[in-house]
Design a protein around this ligand. Structure first.
Ligand code: NZQ
Ligand code: ZN
Length: 390
């Protein structure tokens, strides 16, 4: 392991079927007025909203509601939330939903006490809030497994006017103070979103794993997480009500992107950059956008990263390397990945998720590009990957 790093994760987790029981005690540490952010209604249909509101009331809180946080939250909706938070002088934000609501809540929390253009400063210029700027603390009650947003500083926002979907990793001041993870809540997630979440988790691990060649403990942890995810995903697609599988998936999602397995790694994230751009144009679930561009991307990364891809084949997919060249083994690993994606029903092409040939140029132009992982791609390479993925 050669990299230098610091590691500190301040988010306190409560995991399991009793996790919500800790909300009232946690809320005791914060002020009276709570902004409750949630999505388009799933939490009302499955009853989680009622449970949360009851506890917040018992804790003596005044609740300010902000419903309608959409999947892949927009800048317009973010500005609306900032306005509501300012007008009501909120002391704390409860994020009730999936990664979109949690990402959105961080955006609001960072921007309420910043008077300039938050989009420009945080997402375009990739800056952090000034030292000393007031930030509203957040708590996350997670209803969908995938992003890892519950234990990281990531916040992805889409400017619908320009089709720019940009992610920003805020520093630890914006990480949730606590996250409540009850796998039972994920049982009502539609099958399509569950599968999208599963591939999002897999790809988060791959984005960190497929970089560098040194022997790094982080990669061994990554391999274990991938193996657990593969096992549980196969169970969950057959029986989404399998608690054991759903809880393993939820726990894996958190560890896949809470910075631990990125320790000492240079990391990649270009599948995410291309996938975000595909998402801004197609509005398809995030994990599906990643799945649709993965084959064309990894085909290119496989040559310069051959040794690592061969290791992926052996240690993640259990492929016997006896008598095989590194090249053959690496290719077999990618085939195993593709077979698993097909088996659990993930899209392999952008056209399967609403993309059209007319979008190629637009998706290319809105992709953020940098040297990453084993590749140093240029605009023409991105265009070729998108065309090949259509
Ligand atoms: O709107 P609601 O009613 O909440 O419905 C949601 C939404 O339609 C539904 N859902 C969530 N929990 C449910 C449920 N439906 C029934 N029962 C439940 N228990 O599922 C749909 C998708 O939810 P969403 O929050 O959008 O999904 P996800 O958690 O995948 O979040 C996606 C967003 O996170 C960003 C993505 O780009 C995307 O904008 N990401 C954030 C990251 C981070 N913070 O580190 C990293 C990721 O790579 C990703 O980019
Ligand atoms: Zn992701």
């Amino acid at each position: 392991m050669r990299g230098n790093f610091s590691y500190h994760n301040p988010t306190k987790l409560y995991f399991g079927e009793d996790a919500l029981g800790y909300l009232k005690d946690e809320m005791g540490s914060y002020g009276k007025t709570v902004l409750l952010n949630y999505g388009s209604g799933s939490v009302k249909r499955n009853g989680i909203y009622d449970e949360v509101v009851k506890i917040l009331k018992e804790a003596g809180k005044t609740i300010v509601e902000n419903p309608g946080v959409m999947s892949n939250p927009t800048l317009e909706k973010l500005r609306e939330g900032i306005k509501i938070a300012r007008e009501n002088k909120v002391d704390f934000i409860v994020s009730l939903g999936g990664g979109s609501v949690c990402d959105y809540s961080k955006g609001v929390a960072a921007s309420v006490y910043y008077e300039g253009d938050c989009w420009e400063l945080f997402w375009v210029k990739q800056r952090q809030p000034e030292a000393g700027q007031k930030i509203i603390p957040i708590g996350c009650i997670l209803t969908m497994a995938g992003t890892g947003s519950e234990m990281n500083g990531g916040s992805v926002i889409t400017d619908a006017a320009t089709s720019m979907k940009l992610g920003h990793v805020f520093d630890e001041r914006l990480m949730p103070k606590f996250a409540i993870l009850n796998p039972r809540y994920t049982m009502t997630v539609p099958m399509e979103q569950m599968k999208a979440g599963i591939y999002d988790i897999m790809n988060h691990i791959m984005e960190q794993y497929f970089s560098d060649f040194d022997d790094n403990t982080s990669d061994y942890i990554a391999e274990g997480l991938m193996r657990s995810l593969i096992v549980s995903s196969r169970v969950a697609v057959k029986n989404p009500q399998d608690y054991e599988a759903r809880s393993n998936i939820m726990w894996t999602a958190t560890w896949a992107l809470n910075t631990l397995i990125g320790c000492g790694k240079s990391e990649d994230w270009m599948v995410h950059m291309i996938g975000h751009s595909v998402g801004a144009w197609t509005h398809a679930p995030h994990g599906y956008c990643l799945a649709a561009v993965s084959m064309a991307y990894y085909k290119r990364a496989m040559k310069p990263g051959q040794a690592k891809f061969a290791r992926f084949a052996k240690n993640v997919w259990g492929i016997d390397g006896e008598g095989k060249s590194e090249e053959t083994l690496a290719a077999e690993g990618m085939e195993a990945l593709k077979a698993w994606m097909t088996e659990i029903g993930l899209p392999l092409k952008i056209s399967e998720i609403g993309g059209t040939a007319e979008m190629v140029e637009g998706i290319t132009k809105t992709t953020v590009i940098y040297p990453a992982g084993y590749l140093d791609l240029k605009v023409d390479d991105i265009r070729a990957i998108i065309k090949e993925s259509m």
